[in-house]
Design a binder for this molecule. Structure first.
Ligand code: NAP
Length: 249
């Protein structure tokens, strides 16, 4: 059984999909969860559902691509919660297109939302963790960051960047017992993948390269993430855990 001793977690992109499942899974284990999303409606609904189910949660609408907004939010949060023990950098977007058709805004938006957001949140929240000599940081990357994917140069670059960030920070923080790991999902059923999941031809092509022959559920990613955030995962750092039905083995 996993244990989480009086922990507070901040989960970005907690309004839908994988982030919502991570927030709910941690809350069920007694973790106080700060749910961050871009729109107040989505994180508000998730925090309200957690609270209604007897858990502890707070909603916070922040554009994670905006470094100044993250700094302000972190300052306010740290006044209320002196220690946020667990950070899950999960918020992400896609702006797919082949390179010759990819606009600079598509490149910049994906790098800012998926990669620079991890730099900003970690910079603000990791210092109290290092002082407390306990912390867990989990970055939700992608198999696209490991394998590359035609039409996703921006997304794959951001996700590969998250892996480099994970490994570097794991080394920086190891002396303070703050672990930093990454989870690399394959094809998971969420709003991000609806157009593939609901298209018979695209689904068949994807499932042909997934040995377990099914799309993943958000809970598959949440379960791995919860383990990495638990007391039991204290000797695991700098690793990338692929949860993809065997696709990238
Ligand atoms: P999703 O269903 O599209 O949900 C994305 C979440 O991120 C939403 O809550 C959204 O907020 C939030 N978000 C997006 N941009 C933001 C911003 N600028 N500021 C704050 N929050 C922002 O995505 P998902 O499928 O759950 O994916 C979650 C993570 O897993 C992403 O990093 C994604 O790259 C990664 N991943 C997913 C898959 C997959 O197959 N689904 C595979 C590999 C990796 P709102 O609710 O306010 O819109």
């Amino acid at each position: 059984m996993l244990t989480f001793t009086h922990r507070t977690a901040l989960v970005t992109g907690a309004g839908r999909g994988i982030g919502k499942a991570i927030a709910e899974t941690l809350a069920r284990q007694g973790v106080n969860v700060i749910c961050v999303s871009k729109s107040a409606e989505s994180c508000g609904a998730v925090a309200a559902a957690i609270t209604a189910a007897g858990g502890r949660a707070k909603a916070l609408a922040v554009d994670v691509a905006d470094g100044a907004a993250v700094a302000k939010a972190a300052e306010t949060l740290l006044a209320e919660f002196p220690l946020i023990d667990i950070l899950v950098n999960n918020a992400g977007i896609t702006r797919d297109g082949l390179l010759f058709r990819m606009g600079e805004a598509d490149w910049n938006d994906v790098i800012a939302t998926n990669l620079s957001s991890c730099f900003h949140w970690t910079k603000h929240l990791a210092r109290p963790m290092t002082r407390a000599r306990w912390g867990r940081i989990v970055n939700i990357t992608s198999v696209s960051g490991l394998m590359g994917n035609a039409g996703q140069a921006n997304y794959s670059a951001a996700k590969a960047g998250m892996i480099g960030l994970t490994k570097s920070l794991a080394r920086e923080f190891a002396g303070r017992s703050v672990t930093v790991n990454a989870v690399a999902p394959g094809f998971i059923k969420t709003d991000m993948t609806t157009e593939f999941v609901n298209n018979a031809e695209a689904s068949a092509q994807i499932l042909a390269v997934v040995p377990l022959k099914r799309f993943g559920e958000a809970a598959d990613i949440a379960n791995m993430t919860a383990y990495l955030c638990s007391d039991q995962a204290g000797y695991v750092t700098g690793q990338v855990f692929t949860v993809d039905g065997g696709m990238a083995m």
